[in-house]
Design a protein around this ligand. Sequence first.
Ligand SMILES: [Ca+2]
Ligand SMILES: [Ca+2]
Length: 421
Amino acid sequence: MDNEGAFIRDFQLGAAPAFRQEAVSGEIAIGKRPDGEEQVARGDSGAVVPLEVAPQFERVGTALIGHRGQLGKISEDLAVASAGIAVVSILLGTGTGSFGAKTDFATPAAALSVVIGDLNADGIPDLGVGGSTFTAYLIGTGTGSFGPATSLGSTDTYAMVAADLDDDGARDLAAAIGSVDEVSIFLNSPVPSSSPPALAFGTPTPVPQGTVSSPGILSFSNDGVAPMKIDGFTFTGANPGDFFVGSDTCRQMLLEGQSCSARLFFAPKAAGARSATVTAQSNGPTNPSATLGGIAGALPQGPTGSNGPTGPAGPQGDPGKFAAVTKVSVSGPNKVRKGKKSTYKVKVTNTGNSKATGVGVSATGKGVSSSLGIGSVSPDASRSVNLKLKASKTGKVEIKFKVTSDNAGGKTAKKKVTVVK
Ligand SMILES: [Ca+2]
Ligand SMILES: [Ca+2]
Protein backbone atom coordinates (compact mmCIF):
# COMPACT_ATOMS: atom_id res chain seq x y z
CA MET A 1 0.00 0.00 0.00
CA ASP A 2 1.39 3.34 -0.99
CA ASN A 3 0.42 5.88 1.56
CA GLU A 4 2.50 8.68 0.17
CA GLY A 5 0.03 11.43 -0.21
CA ALA A 6 -2.05 10.28 2.69
CA PHE A 7 -0.74 13.38 4.36
CA ILE A 8 -0.86 16.63 2.52
CA ARG A 9 2.02 18.97 2.85
CA ASP A 10 -0.30 21.85 3.12
CA PHE A 11 1.70 25.00 3.61
CA GLN A 12 4.82 26.39 5.05
CA LEU A 13 5.17 29.25 7.47
CA GLY A 14 7.84 31.82 6.95
CA ALA A 15 10.31 32.82 9.70
CA ALA A 16 9.35 30.69 12.66
CA PRO A 17 12.55 30.64 14.67
CA ALA A 18 10.79 29.17 17.66
CA PHE A 19 10.68 25.90 15.75
CA ARG A 20 14.22 26.11 14.60
CA GLN A 21 16.36 23.36 16.04
CA GLU A 22 19.66 24.83 17.17
CA ALA A 23 21.46 21.61 17.81
CA VAL A 24 21.01 17.90 17.38
CA SER A 25 22.36 16.90 20.73
CA GLY A 26 21.25 17.85 24.19
CA GLU A 27 17.49 17.62 23.61
CA ILE A 28 15.23 16.46 26.34
CA ALA A 29 11.68 15.16 26.75
CA ILE A 30 9.61 14.81 29.88
CA GLY A 31 7.03 12.19 30.85
CA LYS A 32 5.50 10.76 33.99
CA ARG A 33 6.60 7.64 35.73
CA PRO A 34 4.00 5.19 37.11
CA ASP A 35 4.54 6.62 40.58
CA GLY A 36 3.71 10.09 39.23
CA GLU A 37 7.26 11.33 39.29
CA GLU A 38 8.35 13.25 36.25
CA GLN A 39 10.93 11.47 34.21
CA VAL A 40 13.44 13.13 31.99
CA ALA A 41 15.03 11.59 28.94
CA ARG A 42 18.03 13.51 27.72
CA GLY A 43 19.50 13.11 24.31
CA ASP A 44 23.25 13.48 24.11
CA SER A 45 25.94 12.91 21.58
CA GLY A 46 26.32 9.39 22.77
CA ALA A 47 23.53 8.50 25.13
CA VAL A 48 19.96 8.96 26.23
CA VAL A 49 19.53 9.30 29.96
CA PRO A 50 16.05 8.39 31.16
CA LEU A 51 16.04 9.14 34.84
CA GLU A 52 18.59 7.15 36.77
CA VAL A 53 18.59 4.36 34.18
CA ALA A 54 20.98 5.17 31.39
CA PRO A 55 21.27 2.44 28.82
CA GLN A 56 23.81 3.29 26.20
CA PHE A 57 22.70 3.85 22.64
CA GLU A 58 23.92 5.27 19.45
CA ARG A 59 24.05 9.01 19.05
CA VAL A 60 20.63 10.34 19.88
CA GLY A 61 18.85 13.31 18.33
CA THR A 62 15.49 13.47 20.13
CA ALA A 63 13.94 11.34 22.82
CA LEU A 64 10.22 11.43 23.43
CA ILE A 65 8.20 9.67 26.00
CA GLY A 66 4.85 8.09 25.22
CA HIS A 67 2.29 5.97 26.99
CA ARG A 68 1.80 2.38 25.87
CA GLY A 69 -1.81 2.36 27.02
CA GLN A 70 -2.77 -0.19 24.43
CA LEU A 71 -1.05 -2.89 26.46
CA GLY A 72 -3.10 -2.02 29.46
CA LYS A 73 -0.13 -1.26 31.64
CA ILE A 74 0.82 1.89 33.39
CA SER A 75 4.24 2.15 32.02
CA GLU A 76 6.27 4.70 30.17
CA ASP A 77 7.93 3.77 26.92
CA LEU A 78 10.58 5.55 24.98
CA ALA A 79 10.83 6.21 21.28
CA VAL A 80 14.29 7.40 20.39
CA ALA A 81 15.45 8.91 17.13
CA SER A 82 19.02 7.88 16.56
CA ALA A 83 20.89 10.64 14.80
CA GLY A 84 23.61 8.55 13.41
CA ILE A 85 21.72 5.68 11.85
CA ALA A 86 18.45 5.21 10.00
CA VAL A 87 16.35 3.78 12.80
CA VAL A 88 13.91 4.81 15.48
CA SER A 89 14.42 2.87 18.68
CA ILE A 90 11.63 1.79 21.00
CA LEU A 91 12.31 1.06 24.64
CA LEU A 92 9.31 -0.41 26.42
CA GLY A 93 8.97 0.57 30.02
CA THR A 94 9.03 -2.06 32.69
CA GLY A 95 6.60 -0.20 34.91
CA THR A 96 9.27 0.46 37.50
CA GLY A 97 10.93 3.42 35.88
CA SER A 98 13.38 1.36 33.91
CA PHE A 99 13.31 0.17 30.33
CA GLY A 100 13.74 -3.03 28.41
CA ALA A 101 16.07 -3.58 25.52
CA LYS A 102 15.64 -1.35 22.52
CA THR A 103 14.00 -2.47 19.31
CA ASP A 104 14.95 -0.66 16.11
CA PHE A 105 12.60 0.18 13.28
CA ALA A 106 14.04 1.38 10.02
CA THR A 107 13.58 4.96 8.86
CA PRO A 108 14.28 6.32 5.35
CA ALA A 109 17.50 7.98 6.56
CA ALA A 110 19.18 9.00 9.81
CA ALA A 111 16.44 10.14 12.18
CA LEU A 112 16.69 13.42 14.03
CA SER A 113 13.21 13.71 15.51
CA VAL A 114 10.34 11.51 16.56
CA VAL A 115 6.80 12.08 17.78
CA ILE A 116 4.30 9.67 19.28
CA GLY A 117 0.65 10.02 18.34
CA ASP A 118 -2.27 7.98 17.11
CA LEU A 119 -2.36 9.03 13.48
CA ASN A 120 -4.93 6.54 12.18
CA ALA A 121 -7.34 6.84 15.11
CA ASP A 122 -7.29 3.16 16.01
CA GLY A 123 -6.30 3.85 19.59
CA ILE A 124 -2.76 2.57 19.13
CA PRO A 125 0.17 5.00 19.26
CA ASP A 126 1.96 5.59 15.95
CA LEU A 127 5.20 7.38 15.18
CA GLY A 128 6.14 10.39 13.14
CA VAL A 129 9.83 10.48 12.30
CA GLY A 130 11.93 13.14 10.64
CA GLY A 131 15.49 13.61 9.49
CA SER A 132 17.57 15.95 7.40
CA THR A 133 16.18 14.46 4.19
CA PHE A 134 12.73 13.10 5.05
CA THR A 135 9.53 13.08 7.06
CA ALA A 136 7.80 9.75 7.56
CA TYR A 137 5.39 7.87 9.77
CA LEU A 138 5.16 4.33 11.15
CA ILE A 139 1.85 2.78 12.19
CA GLY A 140 1.82 1.03 15.53
CA THR A 141 0.62 -2.54 15.92
CA GLY A 142 -0.30 -2.28 19.58
CA THR A 143 2.43 -4.58 20.83
CA GLY A 144 5.23 -2.03 20.86
CA SER A 145 6.04 -2.89 17.27
CA PHE A 146 5.56 -0.72 14.19
CA GLY A 147 4.98 -1.21 10.52
CA PRO A 148 7.33 0.02 7.80
CA ALA A 149 8.05 3.71 7.45
CA THR A 150 5.99 5.59 4.89
CA SER A 151 7.65 8.68 3.50
CA LEU A 152 5.84 11.99 3.38
CA GLY A 153 8.48 13.64 1.25
CA SER A 154 11.94 15.16 1.36
CA THR A 155 12.09 17.65 4.18
CA ASP A 156 14.74 18.76 6.59
CA THR A 157 12.81 17.86 9.71
CA TYR A 158 14.56 18.53 12.98
CA ALA A 159 11.58 18.35 15.32
CA MET A 160 7.94 17.25 15.09
CA VAL A 161 4.65 17.47 16.91
CA ALA A 162 1.43 15.52 16.30
CA ALA A 163 -1.87 17.33 16.84
CA ASP A 164 -5.20 17.80 15.13
CA LEU A 165 -4.35 21.10 13.53
CA ASP A 166 -7.47 21.51 11.39
CA ASP A 167 -9.95 20.09 13.92
CA ASP A 168 -11.24 17.32 11.66
CA GLY A 169 -10.64 14.55 14.19
CA ALA A 170 -7.45 13.28 12.58
CA ARG A 171 -4.07 13.99 14.14
CA ASP A 172 -1.77 15.91 11.82
CA LEU A 173 1.99 16.45 11.83
CA ALA A 174 3.95 19.66 12.09
CA ALA A 175 7.66 19.57 11.32
CA ALA A 176 10.24 22.18 12.17
CA ILE A 177 12.55 22.58 9.20
CA GLY A 178 16.22 22.70 10.13
CA SER A 179 17.72 24.37 7.09
CA VAL A 180 15.33 27.33 6.81
CA ASP A 181 13.06 29.18 9.19
CA GLU A 182 9.97 27.20 8.35
CA VAL A 183 7.55 24.73 9.80
CA SER A 184 5.85 22.26 7.49
CA ILE A 185 2.32 21.12 8.16
CA PHE A 186 1.26 17.66 7.05
CA LEU A 187 -2.52 17.54 7.21
CA ASN A 188 -3.72 14.02 7.72
CA SER A 189 -6.62 13.00 5.49
CA PRO A 190 -8.20 9.76 4.28
CA VAL A 191 -7.64 8.51 0.73
CA PRO A 192 -10.98 7.20 -0.49
CA SER A 193 -11.08 4.72 -3.35
CA SER A 194 -13.79 2.65 -4.99
CA SER A 195 -14.06 -0.48 -7.07
CA PRO A 196 -14.98 -1.63 -9.60
CA PRO A 197 -14.67 1.52 -11.75
CA ALA A 198 -17.95 0.76 -13.54
CA LEU A 199 -21.16 -1.21 -13.09
CA ALA A 200 -23.22 -2.47 -16.03
CA PHE A 201 -26.90 -3.33 -15.68
CA GLY A 202 -29.23 -4.92 -18.21
CA THR A 203 -26.71 -7.08 -20.02
CA PRO A 204 -27.32 -9.46 -21.58
CA THR A 205 -31.00 -9.15 -20.64
CA PRO A 206 -32.33 -5.57 -20.68
CA VAL A 207 -34.11 -4.32 -17.59
CA PRO A 208 -37.70 -3.44 -18.58
CA GLN A 209 -38.65 0.17 -18.14
CA GLY A 210 -40.47 0.78 -14.88
CA THR A 211 -38.88 -2.20 -13.11
CA VAL A 212 -35.86 -2.49 -10.83
CA SER A 213 -32.73 -4.48 -11.61
CA SER A 214 -30.90 -6.89 -9.37
CA PRO A 215 -28.21 -5.08 -7.32
CA GLY A 216 -24.68 -4.21 -8.34
CA ILE A 217 -22.11 -3.89 -5.56
CA LEU A 218 -19.62 -1.03 -5.21
CA SER A 219 -16.88 -1.15 -2.59
CA PHE A 220 -15.30 1.91 -1.01
CA SER A 221 -11.99 1.75 0.87
CA ASN A 222 -9.90 4.05 2.97
CA ASP A 223 -6.41 3.82 1.51
CA GLY A 224 -5.22 6.64 3.70
CA VAL A 225 -4.32 6.94 7.37
CA ALA A 226 -6.93 9.34 8.73
CA PRO A 227 -10.43 7.99 9.39
CA MET A 228 -12.77 8.19 6.42
CA LYS A 229 -16.44 9.11 6.50
CA ILE A 230 -18.99 8.75 3.70
CA ASP A 231 -22.11 10.80 4.29
CA GLY A 232 -24.04 9.86 1.16
CA PHE A 233 -24.05 9.35 -2.58
CA THR A 234 -24.85 11.67 -5.46
CA PHE A 235 -25.78 10.85 -9.05
CA THR A 236 -24.83 12.93 -12.05
CA GLY A 237 -24.59 12.41 -15.81
CA ALA A 238 -27.18 11.71 -18.49
CA ASN A 239 -29.77 9.77 -16.48
CA PRO A 240 -29.08 10.31 -12.76
CA GLY A 241 -32.66 9.44 -11.85
CA ASP A 242 -32.40 5.93 -13.26
CA PHE A 243 -30.03 4.63 -10.58
CA PHE A 244 -30.18 4.56 -6.80
CA VAL A 245 -28.45 3.15 -3.74
CA GLY A 246 -30.71 0.65 -2.04
CA SER A 247 -28.58 0.15 1.05
CA ASP A 248 -25.00 0.61 2.16
CA THR A 249 -22.65 -0.06 5.06
CA CYS A 250 -20.70 3.16 4.60
CA ARG A 251 -22.31 5.46 7.19
CA GLN A 252 -19.62 4.80 9.77
CA MET A 253 -16.04 5.68 10.52
CA LEU A 254 -13.72 3.73 8.23
CA LEU A 255 -10.21 3.45 9.63
CA GLU A 256 -7.07 2.92 7.59
CA GLY A 257 -7.56 -0.02 5.24
CA GLN A 258 -11.21 -0.56 6.08
CA SER A 259 -13.91 -0.69 3.44
CA CYS A 260 -17.67 -0.60 3.04
CA SER A 261 -20.07 -1.46 0.25
CA ALA A 262 -23.18 -0.06 -1.40
CA ARG A 263 -25.90 -1.91 -3.29
CA LEU A 264 -26.83 -0.03 -6.44
CA PHE A 265 -29.92 -0.60 -8.55
CA PHE A 266 -31.02 0.36 -12.06
CA ALA A 267 -34.63 1.52 -12.40
CA PRO A 268 -34.93 2.80 -15.99
CA LYS A 269 -37.42 5.54 -16.72
CA ALA A 270 -37.17 5.00 -20.49
CA ALA A 271 -36.05 2.31 -22.91
CA GLY A 272 -32.56 2.23 -24.43
CA ALA A 273 -29.06 2.89 -23.12
CA ARG A 274 -28.97 4.84 -19.84
CA SER A 275 -25.98 6.12 -17.88
CA ALA A 276 -24.93 8.07 -14.81
CA THR A 277 -22.04 8.55 -12.41
CA VAL A 278 -22.31 7.80 -8.71
CA THR A 279 -20.04 9.68 -6.33
CA ALA A 280 -19.54 8.97 -2.65
CA GLN A 281 -19.52 12.14 -0.54
CA SER A 282 -16.52 11.65 1.75
CA ASN A 283 -14.24 13.71 3.96
CA GLY A 284 -11.29 12.92 1.69
CA PRO A 285 -9.56 15.41 -0.59
CA THR A 286 -11.28 13.73 -3.55
CA ASN A 287 -14.47 11.72 -3.72
CA PRO A 288 -14.47 8.25 -5.29
CA SER A 289 -16.89 7.65 -8.13
CA ALA A 290 -17.98 4.92 -10.51
CA THR A 291 -19.60 4.90 -13.93
CA LEU A 292 -23.05 3.34 -14.16
CA GLY A 293 -24.52 2.00 -17.40
CA GLY A 294 -27.79 0.25 -18.08
CA ILE A 295 -29.73 -1.17 -20.99
CA ALA A 296 -33.48 -0.73 -20.59
CA GLY A 297 -36.21 -2.68 -22.36
CA ALA A 298 -39.74 -1.56 -23.23
CA LEU A 299 -42.46 -1.30 -20.64
CA PRO A 300 -43.63 -4.76 -19.61
CA GLN A 301 -46.99 -5.73 -21.18
CA GLY A 302 -49.58 -7.42 -18.99
CA PRO A 303 -52.50 -9.56 -20.32
CA THR A 304 -55.44 -7.74 -21.93
CA GLY A 305 -58.07 -6.95 -19.32
CA SER A 306 -61.85 -7.55 -19.60
CA ASN A 307 -64.09 -4.90 -21.15
CA GLY A 308 -65.26 -2.20 -18.84
CA PRO A 309 -68.98 -1.26 -18.31
CA THR A 310 -70.82 0.84 -20.90
CA GLY A 311 -70.34 4.48 -20.24
CA PRO A 312 -73.22 7.00 -19.74
CA ALA A 313 -75.03 8.40 -22.79
CA GLY A 314 -73.53 11.54 -24.22
CA PRO A 315 -75.42 14.86 -24.56
CA GLN A 316 -77.82 15.34 -27.50
CA GLY A 317 -76.04 16.65 -30.53
CA ASP A 318 -76.90 19.78 -32.52
CA PRO A 319 -80.06 18.95 -34.56
CA GLY A 320 -78.87 21.03 -37.47
CA LYS A 321 -81.01 23.04 -39.89
CA PHE A 322 -84.40 21.61 -40.97
CA ALA A 323 -87.88 22.64 -42.12
CA ALA A 324 -91.07 20.66 -41.42
CA VAL A 325 -94.68 21.14 -42.49
CA THR A 326 -96.30 19.32 -39.65
CA LYS A 327 -99.72 20.94 -39.41
CA VAL A 328 -102.39 21.90 -41.94
CA SER A 329 -105.85 23.23 -41.02
CA VAL A 330 -108.74 24.18 -43.32
CA SER A 331 -111.69 26.40 -42.56
CA GLY A 332 -114.55 27.24 -44.88
CA PRO A 333 -118.22 26.50 -45.63
CA ASN A 334 -119.62 23.04 -45.17
CA LYS A 335 -122.31 23.57 -47.78
CA VAL A 336 -121.73 25.08 -51.21
CA ARG A 337 -123.70 25.50 -54.36
CA LYS A 338 -122.75 23.63 -57.49
CA GLY A 339 -120.89 25.81 -59.96
CA LYS A 340 -120.35 28.63 -57.49
CA LYS A 341 -116.92 29.55 -56.15
CA SER A 342 -116.31 29.12 -52.48
CA THR A 343 -113.29 30.19 -50.46
CA TYR A 344 -111.42 27.97 -48.01
CA LYS A 345 -108.70 29.22 -45.75
CA VAL A 346 -105.73 26.86 -45.57
CA LYS A 347 -103.24 27.38 -42.73
CA VAL A 348 -99.79 25.76 -43.02
CA THR A 349 -97.42 25.56 -40.04
CA ASN A 350 -93.62 25.08 -40.33
CA THR A 351 -92.32 23.76 -37.00
CA GLY A 352 -88.73 23.53 -38.25
CA ASN A 353 -85.89 25.98 -37.56
CA SER A 354 -85.32 26.70 -41.24
CA LYS A 355 -87.50 28.24 -43.95
CA ALA A 356 -89.83 25.84 -45.81
CA THR A 357 -89.67 26.54 -49.53
CA GLY A 358 -91.69 25.56 -52.59
CA VAL A 359 -94.83 25.16 -50.47
CA GLY A 360 -98.12 24.64 -52.31
CA VAL A 361 -101.60 23.27 -51.65
CA SER A 362 -103.92 21.23 -53.88
CA ALA A 363 -107.57 20.43 -53.20
CA THR A 364 -109.11 17.34 -54.81
CA GLY A 365 -112.38 15.48 -54.46
CA LYS A 366 -115.34 14.34 -56.58
CA GLY A 367 -116.01 17.26 -58.94
CA VAL A 368 -113.40 19.41 -57.18
CA SER A 369 -109.86 20.24 -58.37
CA SER A 370 -107.83 23.30 -57.48
CA SER A 371 -104.36 24.30 -56.43
CA LEU A 372 -102.41 27.33 -55.19
CA GLY A 373 -98.78 28.17 -54.63
CA ILE A 374 -98.01 29.36 -51.10
CA GLY A 375 -94.29 30.05 -51.53
CA SER A 376 -92.21 29.92 -48.39
CA VAL A 377 -93.11 29.59 -44.72
CA SER A 378 -90.76 31.05 -42.14
CA PRO A 379 -89.31 28.77 -39.43
CA ASP A 380 -91.54 28.18 -36.45
CA ALA A 381 -94.36 30.10 -38.11
CA SER A 382 -97.66 29.62 -39.91
CA ARG A 383 -98.95 31.06 -43.12
CA SER A 384 -102.54 31.13 -44.39
CA VAL A 385 -103.85 31.35 -47.96
CA ASN A 386 -107.35 31.49 -49.41
CA LEU A 387 -108.06 28.74 -51.89
CA LYS A 388 -111.06 29.16 -54.17
CA LEU A 389 -112.99 26.03 -55.11
CA LYS A 390 -115.84 25.35 -57.52
CA ALA A 391 -117.74 22.03 -57.24
CA SER A 392 -119.10 20.57 -60.43
CA LYS A 393 -121.18 17.76 -58.95
CA THR A 394 -123.86 17.70 -56.27
CA GLY A 395 -123.80 15.46 -53.28
CA LYS A 396 -121.50 14.88 -50.39
CA VAL A 397 -117.81 15.16 -51.22
CA GLU A 398 -114.66 14.75 -49.18
CA ILE A 399 -112.05 17.24 -50.23
CA LYS A 400 -108.40 16.50 -49.57
CA PHE A 401 -106.24 19.59 -49.02
CA LYS A 402 -102.73 18.31 -49.67
CA VAL A 403 -99.81 20.55 -48.80
CA THR A 404 -96.41 19.77 -50.37
CA SER A 405 -92.97 21.47 -50.23
CA ASP A 406 -89.48 21.33 -51.62
CA ASN A 407 -87.75 20.76 -48.30
CA ALA A 408 -90.27 20.36 -45.50
CA GLY A 409 -92.29 17.27 -46.44
CA GLY A 410 -96.07 17.43 -46.70
CA LYS A 411 -99.33 17.11 -44.82
CA THR A 412 -102.95 16.53 -45.81
CA ALA A 413 -106.18 17.82 -44.22
CA LYS A 414 -109.66 16.58 -45.16
CA LYS A 415 -112.98 18.36 -45.13
CA LYS A 416 -116.50 17.03 -45.93
CA VAL A 417 -118.65 19.39 -47.96
CA THR A 418 -122.20 19.08 -49.24
CA VAL A 419 -122.75 20.39 -52.77
CA VAL A 420 -126.29 21.47 -53.59
CA LYS A 421 -127.97 22.79 -56.75
CA1 LIG B 1 -2.66 4.21 15.49
CA1 LIG C 1 -6.53 16.93 11.33
